[in-house]
Design a protein around this ligand. Structure first.
Ligand code: PLP
Length: 361
């Protein structure tokens, strides 16, 4: 077996011990004589899996008791509509910060359902940093305030959360969930597609404060109603059974092998530092994100020469460092170094970049 260092932005690497455990349990899950993929989601065995995944997520993230955890489908992109449909119900107003492509999509989708305002944007600087917020732009009567916490395409992260007062803060955490501790009590809603840091594609995690679950906008599909999903404990219909099982294995890995989110964060910060330190000293490569906004999950960089970027991506892939090409909309390079990327992977990548620099000086 030979495995590459996979820097894909998503779906992305999963921890090897998790893949091994899933493989070992594939044909006969804990004496049931079936694979998780084949069993009824209403079975007693599966009930233990989904309940176990929720309880572990609550433990690992420290989710307070007044929050519901929903295991849904549809990806983070469905939440771009589900959030306004369920939350933009009092004053039909919401404020959004545009910090990249996903937050812009979320803003555009929400605009279909009410009075949605872009209160800050870093688009003018090609989203190379988290925008500064002018409080006078924010509306005290907004039903919620939306941010994308880690901007996967541009490689930026909110290192300090905005103070939204009594307006519930809603965050897309698709590419940073489980990468560091997060104070859930500061948020009204957190949502994430699982395929970056949690599980294979197919699962969407929503963590929502109970008092925000109520009557959604008229015409909201049943499947898009937080209340229906919460009341049915994510089992209104068939949940993404396999991905929830994988999520449970990943959470066990974080808890038992890593030792929790504080340790996970320390590990991730160290990994990112290896690449940023190299970029800051390099004469060829240059980091794209402003230093105060740097992500610890997605590291974006360029050489300044498109042909050389392409050459780098190609040679890196031949050397076993795959998926380093930047997002199709921005070009350049992006190393996504989620939880499952080992330190060895970033150290070897930095050494490869150094060798490439010397060879192309
Ligand atoms: C990947 C990603 C999305 C899109 O997720 P889907 O699950 O494919 O809909 C949205 N937001 C962020 C921050 C992402 O990284």
């Amino acid at each position: 077996m030979s495995r590459v260092y996979n820097f894909s932005a998503g779906p992305s690497m999963l921890p090897l011990p998790v893949l091994e455990k899933a493989a070992a349990e594939m044909m006969d899950y804990q004496g049931s004589g079936q694979s998780i993929m084949e069993m009824s989601h209403r079975s007693k065995v599966y009930d233990g899996v989904i309940k176990g995944a929720e309880s572990l997520l609550r433990q690992v993230m420290g989710i307070p008791g007044n929050y519901k955890v929903l295991f849904l489908q549809g990806g983070a992109s469905s939440q771009f509509a589900m959030v306004p449909m369920n939350l933009m119900v009092k004053n039909r107003k919401a404020d959004y910060v545009l910090s990249g492509q996903f937050s812009t999509k979320a803003y555009q989708e929400a605009s279909r359902y009410g009075d949605v305002k872009a209160v800050a944007s870093s688009k003018g600087d090609t989203f190379s940093h988290i925008p500064e917020i002018d409080k006078n732009e924010c509306r005290a009567d907004a039903d919620y305030f939306h941010i994308c916490m880690n901007n996967t395409i541009y490689g930026t992260l909110w290192h300090t959360l905005p103070d939204t007062g009594s307006v519930p803060l809603v965050a897309d955490v698709s590419s940073c969930i489980l990468s560091q501790p997060i104070d859930v009590s500061k948020f009204g809603v957190l949502y994430a597609g699982a395929q970056k840091n949690v599980a294979p594609a197919g699962l969407t995690i929503v963590i929502v404060r109970e008092d925000l679950i109520g009557e959604p906008l008229e015409g909201t599909p049943t499947m898009f109603n937080y209340g229906v999903m919460a009341k049915n404990e994510s089992m209104y219909n068939t949940p993404p059974c396999w991905s929830i099982y994988m999520c449970k294995l990943v959470l066990e890995w974080i808890q038992n092998d890593i030792g929790g989110l504080e340790k996970m964060e320390a590990h991730n910060v160290k990994k990112a530092q290896v690449l940023y330190d190299f970029l800051d000293s390099s004469k060829l490569f240059k980091g794209c994100a402003r230093k105060d906004s740097r992500s610890i999950m997605n590291v974006t960089f360029v050489t300044g020469d498109e042909a050389l970027d392409a050459k780098f991506v190609k040679e890196a892939a031949q050397a076993g460092f795959v998926n380093l090409k930047g997002h199709r909309s921005v070009g350049g390079m992006r190393a996504s170094i989620y939880n499952a990327m080992p330190m060895e992977g970033v150290e070897k990548l930095a050494a490869f970049m150094k060798a490439f620099e010397t060879a192309n000086a």
